[in-house]
Design a protein around this ligand. Structure first.
Ligand code: ZN
Length: 359
């Protein structure tokens, strides 16, 4: 929001006014010695703040890294970031020039620093990693169906790639400068080394997070099983993946990535990401296919929020109804849009909080 300030002139105007040497009122005789004060221009330079001062309205502000402390000559309080009142020594004229007391300068210095630390501690999604399951020599699940009178083979690796690419494209379109990576962009099977390299290639700062979304399709011996679901990945689940033996056959390909994340604690962020993706899918799928909900072995409470990780199962290839949907390009596009919406909702939420676990 904007401050109360009337249109102001820039620092050049201050310097011009100072150069004119207009005499100021000075210190009245008999008054107590004023607190130590320095010319506002020098104090601003010390603070590393940009000074804007309008002699006509006797108002101005100091600005540093997007934070603004506004004042009116001779008036306390100041107004910080347009909303917060602060009882600081007022700016006073001495010898015709605005001055700032040492106490006010120190208070402003700590306020600017505090604001900058708050900003620095906010989490930021540095990258989104989309992992279309399987690929190349590994088709994942597959099933043959007669759809519209024609025999069709539905293959997990293909639809996972179609969905993954569209999610990637939409994310890039929304956030051109954000890093959006794919574990594969074609029909190839990324080796363990390839996948680990992708995960490790990200240079992360202290508050950087990476979102990992793996796209799969289900298969079941029960031909009636159908619907979509989202798994959030907790550490126990991940730990079992060290050798992949605990994974369903169709999902062994995610073991390397999950292993690369072993050092990360499970987080509520994974649950929240999973929930938003599920909601996003529910919005586009509606009653075309059942919502099977969130899946995990257990719910956990959390510490580390750096890699929210989910696995999306878009439907059952083994079910004729789901297979007919998954054979349609339009349906895959809708699914991708739903997942995309969930990711965007999550990122907006994640980046607009103070820290990893605040509500
Ligand atoms: Zn799979």
């Amino acid at each position: 929001m904007r401050t109360f300030l009337a249109p102001v002139l820039l620092l050049a105007a201050v310097l011009a006014a100072a150069a004119q040497g207009a005499p100021g009122p000075g210190t009245p005789a008999g008054a107590a010695a004023p607190p130590p004060a320095r010319p506002l221009t020098a104090a601003a330079a010390d603070l590393g703040a940009r000074l804007t001062w309008d002699p006509l309205t006797a108002t101005g502000y100091l600005e540093r890294n997007g934070h603004r402390a506004a004042f009116k000559l001779g008036v306390s309080p100041w107004i910080l970031d347009g909303t917060e009142l602060a009882r600081l020594d007022p700016v006073e004229l001495r010898d015709g020039s605005p001055t700032l007391t040492a106490a006010a300068a120190a208070a402003l210095r700590s306020w600017f620093s505090r604001k900058e630390e708050e900003k620095a501690s906010q989490f930021h999604v540095a990258a989104i990693l989309i992992d279309p399951g399987h690929g190349g020599k590994d088709p994942g699940a597959l099933a043959d169906h007669v759809i519209g009178g024609a025999r069709r083979r539905i293959v997990e690796k293909d639809l996972a790639l179609t969905v993954g690419l569209r999610i990637r494209d939409r994310l890039k379109e929304r956030w051109p400068t954000r890093t959006v990576l794919m574990t594969r962009e074609t029909d190839v099977y990324p080796t363990l080394e390839d996948r680990v390299e992708i995960a490790n290639s990200l240079e992360l700062g202290k508050n950087d997070a990476v979102i990992y979304v793996s796209i799969h399709a289900n298969a079941s011996f029960n031909k009636n099983a159908r619907g979509f679901e989202v798994w959030y990945l907790n550490p126990d689940y991940r730990r079992k993946l060290v050798d992949g033996s605990e994974l369903p056959d169709s999902d062994k390909d995610i073991a390397p990535i999950l292993n690369a994340m072993l050092e990360e604690e499970f987080t509520t962020e994974s649950v929240l990401l999973a929930k938003r993706i599920l909601d996003g899918m529910g919005t586009v799928v509606r009653d075309a296919s059942p919502n099977r909900g969130l899946r995990a072995e257990e719910w956990f409470v959390v510490r580390n929020a750096k890699m929210p990780s989910v696995l999306v199962e878009v439907g059952f290839l083994t079910n004729p109804l789901d297979a007919a949907l998954l054979a349609e390009a339009d349906y895959l596009r809708s699914l991708a849009d739903g997942i995309y919406t969930g990711i965007v909702d999550f990122v907006d939420y994640f980046e607009n909080r103070k820290g990893p676990s605040s509500p």
